[in-house]
Write a protein that binds this ligand. Sequence first.
Ligand SMILES: Cc1ncc(COP(=O)(O)O)c(C=O)c1O
Length: 384
Amino acid sequence: MLDKVNSRVRSIEVPGIRYFSNQVAQMSNGVNLTIGEPDFTTPENVKQAGIAAINKNLTGYSHNSGSFELRQEVSSFFKEKYNFYYRPQDEIIITNGASEGLDSVLRTILCDGDEVILPAPIYSAYESLIQLNGGKTIYLDTTDTGFKPDPERLESLITDKTKAIILNYPSNPTGVTLDKKVMDQLVDVLQKNNLFVIADEIYSENTFNKEHTSFASYIELRDTLFLVHGLSKSHAMTGWRVGFLLGPKSLIQQVLKVHLNNSICASLPSQYAAIEALKNNRNTPITMNKSYIERRDFMQECLQNLGFEVVSPSGAFYIFPSIKQFGQSAFDFATELLNTQRVAVVPGSSFSNYGEGYIRISYANSMEQLVDAMERLEVFVKGL
Ligand SMILES: Cc1ncc(COP(=O)(O)O)c(C=O)c1O
């Protein structure tokens, strides 16, 4: 029956990230630097709010868009922190993680053959979701511009088939964030060309030493932008599956038709935990960031001392050094590092072909583990 399975599904590859994390899990004394989630636990009061909801039998469906109280909290979070406003009544959907928000938006807007621009290297799920929804990925190379999209290059890629662009800053896998000046120039191009903008800002709260600027704060994009967000990274809540999707009423009401058919709603106990997180744990990411900054500084210094070229990350919890000087493919480098030193990293080629020549290291890991990993990496590169 395999030949009867949707060819779009068959052609999708299982992400490389999983391969290396599965391998290292079977090794004794391995160090896993592939992890894409915080190494912190969900705050205690947030957990208790979820447990209390279950004990009160708040375990049924919510409104399809999510509980109104949570939508109100989401709306006021963005208003208070970033000064832009989306109506809780009809401009916000609570999704099953950011992932479902992305998928529901792409299902809503894409028709067969539509092109979606992705600055690359980039999180691999986007390409799969675009492909599943009949679209075509057009990569915007950022490897020679410090992993930041060049506005002129963006403009040169836009055709009459271009439907949307996905912008993910702070970025997975590079950790870079964008300066306001570059954002202004990008917004000019996007506005002129009337594209959908999907801003995946799931790492916004994990921005270091400066304030995050959201693409949603540009009034020029108010009618064309979807903001994809959630608590997975900011509050160590990956398993609760709570995401937020914000956009103009007319578009959000279209996405809602997709969301209510594929999900009905997000998990209700998780929504109660999310209300608690947004009401009482606004500082949780600040505490995490202190550790991330310390680890980022340590990793960057070690990598540079070992001769790796690195673009300094200013958000998320990834660092993306070049391995070009070793003359190996990213996959071979990662495989050899794993087999000889039991250190798992993700080959950059898992983040599109533009990531070839790089590896992604996650520092969502204890300092002790990171020190150990860097010592092993030193032994490895000295042997190359
Ligand atoms: C850029 C990016 N977007 C979305 C997600 C998925 O987030 P969620 O767990 O909320 O679905 C991830 C997870 O790693 C990610 O890195």
